[in-house]
Structure formats: structure tokens, C-alpha cells
Design a protein around this ligand. Structure first.
Ligand SMILES: Nc1ncnc2c1ncn2[C@@H]1O[C@H](COP(=O)(O)OP(=O)(O)OP(=O)(O)O)[C@@H](O)[C@H]1O
Ligand SMILES: [Mg+2]
Length: 392
């Protein structure tokens, strides 16, 4: 049996660990605080700051894992190259973890090297160069730190704002630099894509070279985090094929086996590649509703272990809606879960996070129905049910 060092122990790591436990694997769950969700179901745990390379080295040499599985972005991922050189297997690969944590690296790869269609963009390393960038890409546009996640440090610059443009740009610059992880003082400014919808295309790369795709997942974002996701996302076949082609190209260029969440915008003028996660994606929690023969965590595990998956099938229509906390608490409790429990074709997960803060994701509502029913109805039901739960 294998030993897995899981770097990041949130709700996605918890489901991954449960999948691993079901296959008799050993998981050491790591995070910056004790009793994190995945630690509750793992064989062992470590509490470290994963941005501290020395602390990371110490637990790698202590546990000598067969697989290093990152679950979050905020890790000193440069060290992953050393681990690979020492003979460790990083999932999906050191390159994937490194490139995807920096918007510049992944954008250069996708747009310049692979020629994928993306929003028009510029980089800026000062307020002055941001001014130039905004003028070049046009408005509205989105300013993002090169290193950040969950929409942190992102803002939109618009023509129809009551704030003068010069002030909007200063604010966007300062907000991005404050919201930036690490010491990188550079941002990307992207033309705002007036998309009709956005999707996550979960893509499975395997060591036998057989890349598979999950049915596309639709999602709605607010404050930089997803609120609802649904599968399958209704979409034109030509767009889906274009997305698959791009997902294959970018995952192949980054290398290794695992599940990837490849994000796209779909507009009147086609499919735009946005970014990707080299690990299970939060919008992919919808697969916990039984939408597929294997959920995204089971797929990731199989890819990690080198167990071949021959097909991914759509079994149901499903949706997920997040349950968010409203305030800080050192002893959060979810109220109203029985209302979800009593509903047909519904399920839920409670993550067991030891503390809450405003907008922290504490659980998820899952709804489902037979293939061929209404995906809009299934999604609306998830949304309505999540409104019945309160975090106290
Ligand atoms: N250029 C753009 N045009 C239109 N909408 C955008 C653009 N860039 C980002 N968005 C919106 O903001 C969301 C978050 O952006 P993005 O995925 O780049 O950030 P993130 O911080 O990596 O988010 P996460 O980590 O939650 O995936 C997107 O899913 C999309 O809804
Ligand atoms: Mg994103």
C-alpha cells in the first residue's frame, strides 16, 4: 500500500482522503491548523506553514511518501522540483504545481506557447505600467495579482464607474498588491470577457496516456468563489470539443497523472481558456451527487495510484450549492440540516471545520435527478435548500 502526503487538508482533501481510505492507502494530512477536515479522516497529520520550504523538506524526509499530493496552491512549490529529483512523485508534477500557482507562467504557456485563445492581457509591475496595460486591453477589464486564489486581490475597472479612471487604477493596483501571496509585485490585467456561461472541464490524465473528460460543469461565481455548480452544463458540442482540445494541450504540456479542473469562458465568439487547477476543483464537488461513475476524488486517487480508468460516464444530473458561514465562531454549528435531509433527491456534506468566519465554506448541498430531467430545476433546488441552512 502507498503512503500519500496530502498538502492541504480542506474539504476537497477530506473527500480525497476518504477515497484513499476506501482503497486501503495511508494518508498523512498537512495544513496550517489542527483538526482540519482531511486530518479528521487521515492516518496521521502535520501542522506546518507550507510556504516555509524548510518545514516542507522536514516532513517530506520524515514521512518519505510514495506520493506528494498538493490540495492547495499556497505551498513553496519550487521545492517540488527537488523532491522529483530525489525520486519522489509529485501529483500531477512539480511543473504543474509551479506553473499553475503563478498566472504569468500559466498564461505564457497557454497563450504564447500553445496558442490557446484567452482574454487579451498585459502584465504590469507598477501603477504606471498598469495604466498603460489598461489602455491597451481596453475597458472593462479585470486586474488580478499574479499569485492569489479565490478571487483575492481582484477588481474590475469600468468606464461607467463614478470613480475617476486614475483612481480606479490606483485602487486596483493597491488592492492587487495587498491581496498578493508572496513577494511578487506584479499583476495581470485582462479584458473582461462578456461570456454567456463559464465551465470547469474536469480532465483526467493517466500514466497510460489515456486522457478522459468529465461532462462539463457549469458554475456561478460571487466574491471570487463559486456558489452553485451543475453537471452537465448545457453547451454546444463544437464548444465542448474546442474546450477538450485546449484542456488536452495544456495538461499534456504540464505533465503527470491526476484530475485537473480546466476553466473556460464561453462567449458568442467561442471558448476562452481561463486557468486550471492541477487537482480536484471546488466546482467539481457536484460529482459527490453521484453524477458520474467515479467522483472527481476517486478519479484523482486512481490516477495517483496508476489504476487505469477506462471511461467516465454520466449517471445522473446533479448540482451543488455552498453553505457559507455568516460570522466568526470558535464552535460553529449548522442549523436546519434536517430540512435538507427530509428532501428527496438531495444530500449534503458538512466539512467539520473547527472555526468559522464570514463567507467560509462550511458545507455543501447536493441535489440530483435522472439524466434527461431539467438541470435548471436540479440547480434551483440546490440553491433553495442551501438557503435553509444557517451556520450559528
Ligand atoms: N477576464 C475575465 N472576464 C470575465 N470574468 C472574469 C475574468 N477573469 C475572471 N473572471 C471571473 O472571476 C472568476 C474568478 O477568476 P479566476 O478564476 O481567474 O480567479 P481565481 O482567484 O483563480 O479563482 P479560483 O481560485 O476561485 O478559481 C472567474 O471564474 C470569472 O467568473
Ligand atoms: Mg478560477
Amino acid at each position: 500500500m502507498s503512503k500519500i502526503l496530502l498538502l492541504g487538508s480542506g474539504e476537497l482533501g477530506k473527500e480525497f482522503t476518504i477515497a484513499a481510505q476506501r482503497m486501503g492507502q495511508t494518508v498523512i494530512a498537512v495544513d496550517s491548523y489542527e483538526n482540519a477536515p482531511a486530518m479528521q479522516v487521515a492516518n496521521g497529520f502535520e501542522v506546518i506553514n507550507m510556504l516555509d520550504g524548510n518545514a516542507l523538506d522536514a516532513i517530506v524526509s520524515k514521512h518519505k511518501p510514495d506520493f506528494i499530493v498538493p490540495e492547495i496552491e499556497a505551498i513553496r512549490t519550487e521545492r517540488f522540483y527537488d523532491y522529483e529529483n530525489q525520486g519522489y512523485t509529485v501529483i500531477p508534477s512539480a511543473k504543474a504545481a509551479n506553473f499553475t500557482m503563478n498566472r504569468k507562467a500559466i498564461r505564457n504557456l497557454a497563450a504564447k506557447e500553445l496558442g490557446l485563445k484567452t482574454a487579451n492581457y498585459r502584465y504590469a509591475d507598477s501603477e504606471e505600467s498598469l495604466r498603460k496595460g489598461v489602455a491597451e486591453v481596453g475597458m472593462p477589464c479585470v486586474v488580478k495579482p499574479l499569485m492569489s486564489s479565490s478571487g483575492k486581490g481582484q477588481s474590475t475597472i469600468k468606464t461607467d464607474s463614478s470613480t475617476p479612471l486614475t483612481d480606479q487604477i490606483s485602487q486596483a493596483w493597491n488592492f492587487a498588491i495587498e491581496g498578493s501571496r508572496g513577494d511578487v509585485v506584479e499583476v495581470i490585467v485582462e479584458a473582461f470577457v462578456e461570456f454567456n456561461y463559464e465551465i470547469t472541464l474536469l480532465t483526467l490524465t493517466q500514466n497510460n496516456g489515456n486522457t478522459l473528460f468529465c461532462p462539463p460543469i457549469g458554475h456561478r461565481q460571487e466574491r471570487g468563489d463559486y456558489q452553485e455548480s451543475w453537471q452537465p452544463a448545457p453547451m454546444e458540442n463544437t464548444h465542448l470539443e474546442a474546450a477538450k482540445k485546449m484542456a488536452k494541450a495544456v495538461t499534456e504540456a504540464l505533465g503527470g497523472s491526476g484530475i485537473w479542473g480546466v476553466e473556460f469562458f464561453v462567449g458568442d465568439d467561442g471558448v476562452y481558456f481561463s486557468e486550471l487547477s492541477p487537482r480536484p476543483h471546488d466546482t467539481g464537488m457536484v460529482t459527490l451527487a453521484g453524477t458520474q461513475n467515479f467522483n472527481e476524488f476517486e478519479l484523482h486517487l486512481r490516477a495517483v495510484l496508476g489504476l487505469p480508468v477506462s471511461e467516465i460516464t454520466l449517471e445522473r444530473y446533479g448540482a451543488s450549492a455552498v453553505i457559507l458561514a455568516g460570522k466568526h465562531s470558535d464552535n460553529p454549528e449548522l442549523e436546519g440540516i434536517e430540512k435538507i435531509a427530509s428532501e428527496p433527491k438531495s444530500d449534503f456534506r458538512i466539512f467539520g471545520k473547527p472555526t468559522s468566519r464570514p463567507y467560509r465554506r462550511m458545507g455543501v448541498v447536493l441535489t440530483f435527478d435522472k439524466v434527461g430531467t431539467s438541470i435548471e430545476e436540479v440547480t434551483q433546488r440546490a440553491k433553495d435548500l442551501s438557503g435553509l441552512v444557517k451556520v450559528k
